[in-house]
Design a protein around this ligand. Structure first.
Ligand code: KG4
Ligand code: ZN
Length: 339
């Protein structure tokens, strides 16, 4: 079954052609990051306008790369949420138009669930397993019972991990998106230079809290009692910045890995699956492998970690196999869709 996967939840336009949820014929993605960089983050109104411009081009690119024609598409899968309402509307209406004109079924999928299953596209992973999604909008831990059956064990109470990376990057005057920039600095810093604390939620061992950690970084940079708006008084040297980035990254990742490992032990799972943009980080991959003895940790390849259409196509395929029917054309975008 040839599935077209469409991803437009935020500032990436993605179109992919995927066979049977596994074989990727094309996975074209246009990032708008450089267009939002001057604003230090995604501007929702601009994101939806650029989606309108970029999506048709990316769609044609995917068809050309895959060397397939429109009529060969069997199913159209689209991310229906969570995400920015304007961006979601662009993808959904594009998908509906195609579904109507090609007379092919349409299926709406959850973007976070797609991140969770993306590593399964390339690895055979036995279930049950513990899954963790770490992206710009989400940080959640799941028990994956079987294909398409999950229990959410915990989630962040405030900032998502990627969001914390982006905010710390901005405090360090690094460009948006900040995750890869912080990773670069951290690779040259001392992760044990500063003792930074990560929030723990009483009675909820699988929940996360990163806002205090971010404030800890703010204090390191600008001193106690300063607000984020205040101008930095002292200029940090290059090596001081590296040490702060490394200490932040180490504190955040140690907490994430420890809680995920604890969940795997608690639920007697011998596999851990990690997905979402932050899972691209090499230090995180390394830490999972080092700290989770006796447990196999699986990651998607980098191009499937960040937002992309292939993971949407793969999830759409599995959902369609289960339900044997698509959604109606009145499918609504769900900006706050939970998972
Ligand atoms: O999954 P994703 O593409 O979009 C969302 O669904 O949010 O994740 C984007 C997030 C951004 O916050 C970005 O800074 C972060 O992933 N990110 C990273 C790295 N690459 C991307 N964070 C840490 N280290 C990285 N190498
Ligand atoms: Zn995402």
């Amino acid at each position: 079954m040839l599935v077209l996967g469409i991803e437009t939840t935020c500032d990436e336009s993605g179109c992919a052609l995927v066979v049977d949820g596994k074989i990727i014929l094309a996975n074209a993605v246009a990032s708008q990051a450089h267009l939002h960089a001057p604003f230090g983050g995604v501007v929702p109104e601009l994101a939806s306008r650029y989606q309108i411009e970029l999506l048709p081009t990316i769609f044609k690119q995917a068809l050309t790369e895959a060397q397939v024609s429109l009529k060969e598409i069997d199913l159209i899968a689209v991310a229906k949420g969570p995400g920015l309402i304007g961006s979601l509307l662009v993808g959904l209406n594009f998908a509906k138009g195609l579904s109507y004109s090609l007379k092919k079924p349409l299926i709406g999928v959850n973007h976070v669930e797609a991140h969770l299953i993306s590593a399964k596209m390339v690895h055979d992973i036995s279930l049950p397993a513990i899954g963790v999604v770490v992206s710009g909008g989400h940080t959640s831990l799941y028990l994956i019972h079987s294909n398409l059956s999950y229990t959410r064990l915990g989630e962040t109470q405030d900032d998502a991990l990627g969001e914390a990376f982006d905010k710390v990057a901005s405090l360090l005057n690094l460009p948006y998106p900040g995750g890869p920039e912080v990773e670069k600095l951290a690779s040259n810093g001392d992760p044990f230079k500063h003792r930074l604390k990560v929030g723990q939620i009483k009675g909820k061992p699988f929940d996360f809290s990163f806002s205090g950690l971010k404030t800890g970084v703010l204090y390191l940079i600008r001193g106690q009692n300063s607000s984020q708006k205040e101008q930095s008084k002292k200029e940090l040297s290059g090596s001081e910045k590296c040490d702060i980035a490394a200490s932040f990254q180490n504190a955040a990742f140690s907490d994430l890995v420890q809680k995920t490992f604890f969940a795997a032990k608690h639920y007697q799972c011998s596999n851990i699956i990690v997905g979402g943009g932050v899972s691209q980080n090499r230090a995180l991959r390394q830490l999972f492998k080092e700290k989770c003895s006796g447990i196999d940790c699986f990651f998607a390849p980098p191009e499937l970690c960040l937002d992309n259409g292939a993971m949407i196509g793969a999830l759409g395929y599995h959902l369609y196999q289960k339900r044997r029917q698509g959604d109606l054309w009145d499918l609504k975008p769900e900006p706050r869709l939970s998972f």
